[in-house]
Design a protein around this ligand. Structure first.
Ligand code: LMR
Length: 329
């Protein structure tokens, strides 16, 4: 069943315990690119579990982690073509749909986790989800993975000048690109699951990511330095194609929405904890050198990167950029 490409989620005859006979089961394929032991991986599994429970097994979510079904280069097209039914793409990569998404990539936009919460679950997040309508996509939720850190083999990275000339793998995002350009680094936009090999082969010196991605993909084994910078946000939007959504019964939609709300609340709590726990594991299990930016050092980074706000304000939308600045106030 899973090998077929079809526009609408499949219905299958399955044995139904409630009705003691065969009945329809509807199957949604959910694709993401990270490992299972991450905030997104666990949330996707949790969502599948809740949907299964709430529908008494009638709705099945089959989760494909690690980019095993689609990579972050082709997942949006696959969603639009009905080859996959649910994806949870990093907001940074949604710039291909609209430049508004760049607002969440602005450097040091969020001073802490509370500000992230306000940003993604408040009017800014809502506005961004609504922007997907014109792409024929329904945005079901924002799932946070917290803050990105920087790893490199040419370090330690303490000041913004330390990145000069370094080759850094980044996600496909104009706003992230602009930050590395400003610092004189050579950013390379590459897929997530090529990152380990790029570092190992020496094609890039470093990358930026959350601790859970650095831990689960073992980047710490091929990187000498890790800077706890908390300089940027990494999070996801869980999306479905509007046509596929509209084709579902009210009952199915209701189950998916309820399960999504519960999963999002779960993700908000656990993503912070998972990143904290996995930092401890990295410290325990590797010899990577860790530097945590002091408040003083951070001020220097904020000052150096601030021009990005002006450079990209018109592209992103000046109202959105003003709104996000208020989260720092
Ligand atoms: C990355 O490409 O570094 C991340 O977006 C991967 C992910 O989905 O967390």
């Amino acid at each position: 069943v899973l090998g077929y490409y079809n526009l609408f989620p499949q219905k299958e005859l399955v044995y139904d315990d409630d009705q003691e006979g065969l009945s329809d089961q509807i199957i949604f394929k959910f694709s993401h690119v990270v490992a299972e032991n991450t905030p997104k991986g666990r949330a996707a599994d949790k969502f599948a579990e809740l949907v299964n429970e709430k529908s008494n097994g009638h709705i099945k979510i089959v989760v494909f982690p690690n980019g095993s079904l689609f990579s972050d280069i082709d997942d949006i097209n696959a969603l639009k073509e009905g080859q996959v039914h649910i994806i949870a793409t990093s907001t940074s990569k949604l710039g291909v749909l609209s430049p508004v998404w760049g607002v969440l990539d602005l450097p040091f936009a969020f001073p802490n986790h509370e500000a992230i919460h306000k940003g993604i679950h408040g009017p800014i997040g809502e506005h961004l989800l609504n922007s997907l309508q014109k792409n024929g996509i329904i945005g079901l939720a924002h799932w946070s993975n917290g803050f990105k850190q920087i790893t490199s083999n040419k370090g330690p990275i303490v000041t913004p000048q330390d990145l000069k000339g370094q080759k850094i793998r980044i996600m496909k995002s104009d706003v992230i690109q602009a930050q590395y350009d400003l610092l004189g680094a050579k950013a390379q936009q590459e897929s997530f699951n090529s990152t380990y090999n790029l570092i190992e082969a020496g094609h890039v010196d470093g990358e930026e990511n959350t601790i859970s991605n650095i831990h689960s993909k073992k980047f710490y084994n091929v990187q000498k330095h890790l800077t706890i910078s908390n300089h940027g946000y990494l999070g996801y939007v869980v999306m479905m194609d509007q046509k596929v959504w509209d084709q579902q019964t009210k009952n199915t939609q209701q189950i998916l929405l309820e399960a999504m709300d519960e999963t999002t609340a779960w993700n908000d709590r656990h993503s912070i904890l998972m990143n904290e726990e996995q930092l401890e594991l990295i410290k325990r299990n590797s010899s990577i050198q860790i530097h945590e930016l002091s408040d003083f050092e951070k001020q220097e980074w904020i000052k150096e990167l601030y021009p990005v706000y002006d450079i990209l304000s018109t592209t992103i939308g000046s109202k959105l950029v003003e709104d996000i600045k208020e989260l720092r106030a």
